[in-house]
Design a protein around this ligand. Structure first.
Ligand SMILES: Nc1nc2c(ncn2[C@@H]2O[C@H](COP(=O)(O)OP(=O)(O)OP(=O)(O)O)[C@@H](O)[C@H]2O)c(=O)[nH]1
Ligand SMILES: Nc1nc2c(ncn2[C@@H]2O[C@H](COP(=O)(O)OP(=O)(O)OP(=O)(O)O)[C@@H](O)[C@H]2O)c(=O)[nH]1
Ligand SMILES: [Mg+2]
Ligand SMILES: [Mg+2]
Lengths: 292, 277
């Protein structure tokens, strides 16, 4: 583990006498290795190490009897600060229905998470509706309809309309008619570099002005997390993040990368395939997982 | 990073970052960069062009020769498609089926993802798009039974190729990995020696976890080939270097889009060139 590696590094260094500033570099090397192994983007790692090094160059570490423990504490605290606070809820609009738009890459878990969110709100006594705005993927509409049935939440869909913005606009009107107070728009997976698809998504946003745009990202995402999140944020705008497949064993460094590059809060995590497997995000747990 | 330029420590750092950015991982990157640094310090590498040539050769050496699918040595030839959730298994099966049919082969698909919402409907659409036959049971039925029935149908109808779609599953879930082992055993009962290819589908956007996925799936059911999807994004799929190096599993093909034609044989030279784009 990183703690053990740092303790061993400092044991060797202290064996030579008093710690000096250059000795901290050996510790920073171990931390860099751990973060890169955890899929934190290399640029984000650089910035993080600079912060940690600065904090580690004080008396608190250099004159400590347990410098390894001091550094680990600095790393952990810094990670938790960067990962953001808990309990970043989805803000409901004063003028219902609250419009939530789910966006992200292919296969990240948008459709499943849309249903999970609907179930979560229904359990809170609200009246959510789902909208099947993925007109591209084979059986995407069927997938959302099936999930909606599982939780008895109405799903707005159209098998004739070809334009997602139109479907979403009609869905919003239907939600108002049925006095639903939340509408969750499931959109098609798309690449951040696909200009036409990003334009299509922008058109949906312009048509229904979402109160909350949630970026759904796979916890296993690697270095590209920065490119992806940055582009989605610049082209569409992200209000919050949901990190899925956290029930796997990916270290989840993407969480730090995405947080760093968008500044937006991670609001939920997906912890399984079943529709009730949505949990609030806990930064300390994410931090210790990243550190391995 | 300029062409005929002389190099210094910063150049080496920049190339190291390029390799890291490709998801090659710190361990594999460090090994290659240490080799590079050695050549630089001994003076045998002097320019950026030398560096690129060295890196390209190192990577191509690890990846080895192209090892595309070799299908049809048995009849029916059975491919079992596995991998974690959302990586592109079902779509990749559609692409493989379409290519096989267009090359004059008869194909049957097994809709053995009986768990996920609309998984059977999704594969059914790919079957009609690719002109493949399909065997499907009720939602929630035994996946092994679907695979078995598809192979029996292939034998009865003298079909060339069976492709079995399975539910996405995280390698950390032992009951699901046990289910996969059972599917494999049942396939083997229908045809000893089958599945002839167990294809692990890996998402190029995933990071280091893809190596772990490969290890665990390989331990569970034995992986004979890899399909690397979503290479049309900005992710470079560098993790395949570690997968090839540590597990020596051939990388068969790459997915480059959502369309039925968006599939290419994995060519190490092309993959390596793309790393430098
Ligand atoms: N284990 C696990 N699987 C998940 C989680 N969230 C989603 N999945 C699975 O991931 C796969 C992809 O989920 P989808 O909801 O279809 O993803 P999507 O983003 O809508 O995909 P596209 O619409 O094709 O872009 C499915 O097999 C889901 O069951 C999670 O938190 N844990
Ligand atoms: N851009 C791009 N998208 C792809 C590629 N391969 C698959 N996809 C998309 O990825 C998403 C998931 O594909 P699926 O085929 O459903 O993945 P899966 O592994 O079968 O998913 P589960 O069965 O839920 O585990 C879909 O939106 C596909 O269109 C590819 O090579 N490039
Ligand atoms: Mg979807
Ligand atoms: Mg599938």
């Amino acid at each position: 583990s990183l703690s053990e590696k740092l303790e061993s590094v400092f044991r060797k260094l202290k064996g030579k006498g008093v710690l000096v500033k250059d000795d901290i570099d050996a510790a920073m090397k171990e931390i860099r290795f751990a973060l890169l192994e955890a899929d934190v983007n290399f640029k984000v790692v650089k910035g993080f190490i600079d912060k940690v090094k600065e904090k580690s160059l004080g008396k608190g570490v250099l004159e400590s009897l347990t410098p390894g423990q001091q550094v680990i504490k600095i790393v952990n605290d810094e990670l938790c600060v960067l990962l953001g606070s808990e309990n970043e809820k989805i803000r409901l609009s004063p003028n219902p229905p609250t419009v939530i738009m789910m966006i992200g890459l292919h296969g990240s878990g948008k459709t499943t998470t849309s249903a999970k969110l609907a179930r979560h709100f229904k359990a809170q006594g609200r009246r959510p509706m789902l909208a099947a705005a993925d007109l591209q993927r084979p059986a995407a509409i069927d997938q959302l309809i099936t999930l909606g049935k599982q939780i008895d939440v109405p799903v707005f869909f159209s098998k004739e309309d070809k334009i997602p913005a139109v479907v979403c606009k009609n869905a919003l009107n239907e939600a108002k008619k049925q006095a639903r107070d939340i509408i969750i728009l499931d959109t098609a997976g798309r690449l951040h570099i696909a200009e036409d698809l990003m334009k299509e998504l922008k058109a949906v946003k312009d048509a229904v002005t979402p109160d909350e745009i949630l970026f759904v990202a796979d916890a296993m995402t690697g270095q590209d997390a920065v490119n992806i999140a940055k582009t989605f944020n610049e082209k569409i705008g992200i209000d919050g993040i949901i990190l899925t497949k956290m029930d796997g064993d990916a270290r989840g460094g993407a969480a730090l990368s995405i947080r760093e590059v968008t500044g937006r809060p991670i609001k939920f995590i997906g912890t399984g395939e079943k529709i009730d497997m949505l949990e609030p995000f806990h930064p300390e747990r994410a931090a210790s997982r990243i550190l391995g | 990073i300029f062409k005929g330029k002389a190099i210094d420590d910063t150049t080496i750092e920049e190339f190291e970052e390029m390799l890291l950015a490709s998801d090659m991982g710190i361990k594999a990157t460090t090994e290659i960069v240490e080799g590079l640094r050695g050549k630089y310090e001994s003076g045998s590498i002097k320019t950026v062009e030398h560096v690129k040539a060295f890196l390209r050769q190192s990577i191509v050496d690890i990846l080895g020769l192209p090892q595309p699918f070799v299908l049809y040595q048995e009849r029916p030839f059975v491919v079992l498609c596995v991998g974690v959730n959302g990586v592109g298994k079902t779509t990749t099966i559609g692409k493989i089926a379409s290519k096989a049919v267009s090359e004059g082969h008869s194909v049957i698909l097994a809709a053995a993802d009986t768990f996920r919402a609309a998984a059977i409907e999704q594969l059914d659409i790919w079957a009609s798009r690719s002109h493949a036959q399909i065997v499907k049971h009720q939602h929630g039925s035994d996946p092994a039974a679907v695979a078995f029935d598809a192979i029996e149908a292939a034998k009865a109808r003298s079909l060339d190729l069976v492709i079995v779609d399975t539910a996405g599953r995280l390698h950390t879930k032992s009951p699901l990995m046990e289910e996969l082992k059972k599917i494999k055993r049942v396939i083997n009962k229908s045809i000893p020696g089958a599945p002839h290819e167990t294809l692990l589908v890996v998402d190029a956007t995933n990071g280091q976890n893809a190596l772990h996925q490969a290890k665990i799936f390989n331990e569970a059911v034995g992986i004979t080939g890899i399909a690397l999807t979503k290479m049309d994004g900005t992710a470079k799929g560098g993790i395949v270097l570690s997968i090839k190096k540590e597990l020596n599993i051939p990388i068969r093909l790459i997915g480059v889009g959502e369309g039925i034609e968006d599939c290419r044989d994995f060519i190490p030279e092309e993959f390596t060139s793309a790393l430098f784009d």
